[in-house]
Design a protein around this ligand. Structure first.
Ligand code: 2P0
Length: 324
């Protein structure tokens, strides 16, 4: 069977940075995220004994993709199939530029490949499997606003939906600062998190933060929510900056924009930033302020592009047909 799936990327409000098990990708802490409507990956998978080799095409280029094939081997083993695989995948945004392509990529691959292999997995099982491909991909399986439980074993570390996509009208306006590939891929970056002097303090307070953000989301208290996410992004980057060796994902324009956001807030615009393992800023605002935020961003020279996102459903199948 040939199966096509689509999956969103997601933005973490409480971040996943550091792992307690690298092979299983068990995170050091629980994280909270929102799926993004305008950053997605569409992936088609087919297994066949007639294919001579495994083949992977990402964004129209053929690639070896050993991490993808290793993941497919887990699925082949579980489904007890021996056919070679053909994978065609496309992102609607730049790959590996700090825009979480591995989250949407592995989530779409998990759904398409397990279905094509004849497996029928629950959402929880899909999230666990996606996590083994890439940690943040576990959060792109369920809908809308999502919690990834850190767990203490593979079976207990999975994501589930807190609220559907239409629960809260907020937006993530991404300011893309530099579309070039980032220096240190996040899988490498994760390894150094524990070397930061601040990491133990972060862990001490993280469950409290999870509790507070869930409360802010439940109450739809936007300023309280915004303050938590901004402080959280700065805290994660404080860990990155103080890791050995240090990880500096920011560009000069990243800092300039952070200052702008704080100024705009002083002027009465309710907008907060968060930042992932890259230079881009995610400006989180209420839907009613999305145009105002975007208009301001376009005037800033260093902002190459903006991408407006609303909360989105999780990974899903688009088509399933018999054979290429
Ligand atoms: C997050 N990031 O919570 C954090 C914030 C980046 C900064 O999850 O090694 O690509 O594949 O499990 O999922 C990026 O880490 O790492 C990430 P792997 P992943 O969104």
């Amino acid at each position: 069977m040939r199966v096509t799936a689509i999956a969103p990327s997601n933005i973490a409000f409480i971040k996943y940075w550091g792992k307690k098990d690298e092979i299983l990708r068990l995170p050091a802490n629980t994280s909270i995220s929102m799926n993004l409507s305008n950053l997605n990956t569409t992936t088609t998978v087919e297994f066949s004994k007639d294919f001579e080799n495994d083949s992977v095409e990402i964004n129209k280029s053929t690639t070896d993709a050993p991490r993808v094939i290793k993941f497919i081997d887990i699925i082949r083993k579980r489904a007890n199939i021996i056919g070679k695989v053909k994978i065609v995948s496309e992102n609607n945004f730049p790959t590996a530029g700090g825009l979480a392509s591995s989250a949407s990529g592995f989530a779409a691959l998990t759904v398409a490949a397990t279905t094509a292999a004849g497996l029928r997995l629950s959402e929880k099982e899909l999230s666990i499997l996606a996590r083994i491909g890439s940690g943040s991909a576990s959060r792109s399986i369920p809908d809308g606003f999502v919690e990834w439980h850190e767990g203490d074993s593979s079976d207990t570390s999975y994501a589930e939906s807190l609220y559907p996509a239409d629960y809260w009208d907020i937006a993530d306006v991404i300011a893309i600062i530099d579309e070039g590939k980032k220096d240190v891929p996040s899988t490498e970056g994760h390894k150094s998190a524990q070397s930061s002097i601040f990491f133990p303090d972060r862990m001490k307070n993280i469950n409290n933060k999870i509790k507070n953000i869930k409360e802010a989301i439940r109450k739809k208290d936007f300023p309280q929510f915004g303050e938590i996410i901004e402080a959280e992004a700065l805290e994660m980057h404080a860990v990155m900056l103080t890791s050995v060796p240090p990880l500096i994902y920011w560009q000069p324009a990243t800092i300039r924009l952070m200052r702008e956001v704080i100024n705009w807030r002083r002027e009465g615009l309710s907008v907060y930033f968060t930042i992932d393992a890259g230079p881009h800023l995610h400006l989180i605002c209420q839907k009613k302020d999305e145009r105002n935020v975007t208009k301001r961003l376009i005037l800033i020279e260093e902002v190459e592009k903006t991408v407006i996102n609303s909360p989105s459903a999780g990974a899903r199948i688009i088509t399933a047909t018999s054979g290429f």
